[in-house]
Ligand binder design. Structure first.
Ligand code: F6P
Length: 370
C-alpha cells in the first residue's frame, strides 16, 4: 500500500552522526509543526539505539511542546547522537574481546512498526542519510534533514552547522594572530571537514590566513615556505597556515589517527603537526601547531544556523503532509525544497576549484599550496 499522509498519527525523529549546532532548532520546529497537525512525536535517542531489541525505554522520548521549549539556541542534540552503531553494520563484542559486525536493521524495522510510527524524520549527514536510504529500501517512510559542519552534502546549497563551525574557527584564527605576531611565529591550525575543504577555506579567508591547504588542492610545502619568506621580507615576521584535516601533500597520503574501527568512519587528524615540522625546517622559523578539534562544532548555533535548522524542521513536516517521502529537504535560495534521498547521497560535495571563494583567496594573495 502506498503512503497516505492523511493517515499519519505518529512520527519519530532522530539525529545521527557527529553533532552540529542547529540540531535542536530542527527538532523544535519539526516537533511543533507535527504537533500542530495533531501527530504524536517521539525522539529516538542516539541514532537508532531506542529501536534496537532490548533498548532502554528511556531511549524513546515523547516530544511535547514543553520538551522542546527553549532549545533553539542550545548546541548539541537533546536526543543525543551517535556516529557508531549503524544498525546495518553493528559492532558486537564477542566473549574473547574480538568485534564482529552484524546486521540489526530488521530489529529496527520491527520495533518501528510495533510502536506504530508512520514516518521518520532523520537529521544527519552523509553517513546517516546513507543508513536512512537503506531503511527506505526496507519500507520505512523517511524525510532527511541535511546536517553537517563539513558542508559536504550535495543537493543543498548549505547544511546547518557549517556557519557556526566557520565562525568558531575564524574566532580561533583571530586569537592566534595576536600570539603569533607577538612571538614572530608560524602557526599551523588544523580544522575539521573530513574530505572537503569548506571549513578551512571559509574560516581561513575570513580569518585572514596566509596559507590555506584543502583536500581539493594537494599541496607543495615549498610554496607555503615561499609565502612565509615573502612575508618575512615585507616585515611580517609571523604567519598563519590553516590546514584542513583531509589535506594531503602532492602525491602523498591522508593523515589518520589510527586504523578504521568497525562500523565507523576513519578518524582523520595530525596533518598540522606534520606541516608545522616541515615548515619549520624549510623556513627556519619557530613553528607551532594546534588541532582546533571539536570546539568547532560546540556551543550555540549562529543565528543563521538556528534559522536554517528551524526552516528545515518545518519543511520536513510539510514534506510529510504532502506525502513527499524518501527525500531530503534542501536549501535552494530563496526556498527550501526537497530532493530524492538518492540524489543527496550519490556524491560528496567538494570545494569547486573555480568557486568565487577560491578566486577570492587567490586575489587576496593567500597561498593555497599549489
Ligand atoms: O563530520 C563531522 C566531523 O566533525 C568531521 O569534520 C570530523 O572529521 C569528524 O566529524 C570527527 O568525528 P568524531 O566526532 O568521531 O571525532
Amino acid at each position: 500500500m502506498g503512503f497516505d499522509p492523511k493517515a499519519i498519527r505518529k512520527i519519530a525523529i532522530n539525529t545521527g552522526g557527529g553533532d552540529a549546532p542547529g540540531l535542536n532548532a530542527v527538532i523544535r520546529a519539526a516537533t511543533l509543526a507535527a504537533l500542530h497537525n495533531g501527530w504524536d512525536v517521539w525522539g529516538i535517542r542516539y541514532g537508532y539505539r531506542g529501536l534496537l531489541d532490548g533498548a532502554d525505554p528511556r531511549d524513546l522520548v515523547q516530544l511535547t511542546a514543553d520538551a522542546v521549549r527553549g532549545i533553539t539556541h542550545r548546541g548539541g542534540s537533546v536526543l543525543g547522537t551517535a556516529n557508531k552503531g549503524n544498525p546495518f553494520e553493528f559492532p558486537m563484542m564477542e566473549a574473547d574481546g574480538s568485534v564482529v559486525v552484524i546486521d540489526r536493521s530488521d530489529e529496527v524495522m520491527r520495533n518501528f512498526e510495533r510502536l506504530g510510527f508512520d514516518a521518520l524524520i532523520c537529521i544527519g549527514g552523509d553517513g546517516s542519510l546513507r543508513i536512512a536510504h537503506q531503511f527506505v529500501d526496507k519500507g520505512m517512510p523517511i524525510v532527511g534533514v541535511p546536517k553537517t559542519i563539513d558542508n559536504d552534502l550535495s543537493g543543498t546549497v548549505i547544511t546547518f552547522g557549517f556557519d557556526t563551525a566557520i565562525s568558531n574557527a575564524c574566532d580561533a584564527i583571530d586569537k592566534l594572530h595576536t600570539t603569533a605576531e607577538s612571538h614572530e611565529r608560524v602557526f599551523v591550525v588544523e580544522l575539521m571537514g573530513r574530505y572537503a575543504g569548506f571549513i578551512a577555506l571559509n574560516a581561513g579567508v575570513s580569518g585572514s590566513a596566509d596559507a590555506i591547504l584543502i583536500p581539493e588542492i594537494p599541496f607543495d610545502l615549498n610554496k607555503v615556505a615561499e609565502k612565509i619568506r615573502q612575508r618575512e621580507a615585507a616585515g611580517r615576521h609571523f604567519s598563519i597556515v590553516v590546514v584542513a584535516e583531509g589535506a594531503k601533500p602532492k602525491g602523498g597520503e591522508l593523515t589518520v589517527q589510527g586504523p578504521k574501527e568497525a562500523g565507523r568512519e576513519v578518524l582523520l587528524g595530525g596533518i598540522a603537526q606534520r606541516v608545522a615540522v616541515e615548515l619549520g625546517k624549510l623556513t627556519g622559523k619557530e613553528t607551532r601547531s594546534l588541532v582546533l578539534g571539536h570546539v568547532q562544532r560546540g556551543g550555540s548555533p549562529t543565528a543563521w544556523d538556528r534559522l536554517l535548522g528551524l526552516r528545515f524542521g518545518a519543511a520536513a513536516v510539510r514534506a510529510l503532509e504532502q506525502g513527499d517521502i524518501n527525500v531530503m529537504v534542501a536549501l535552494d535560495p530563496p526556498t527550501v525544497k526537497t530532493i530524492p534521498l538518492t540524489q543527496a547521497i550519490e556524491r560528496m560535495k567538494s570545494v569547486p576549484l573555480d568557486s568565487d571563494t577560491v578566486l577570492t583567496a587567490r586575489a587576496l594573495g593567500i597561498c593555497l599550496g599549489d
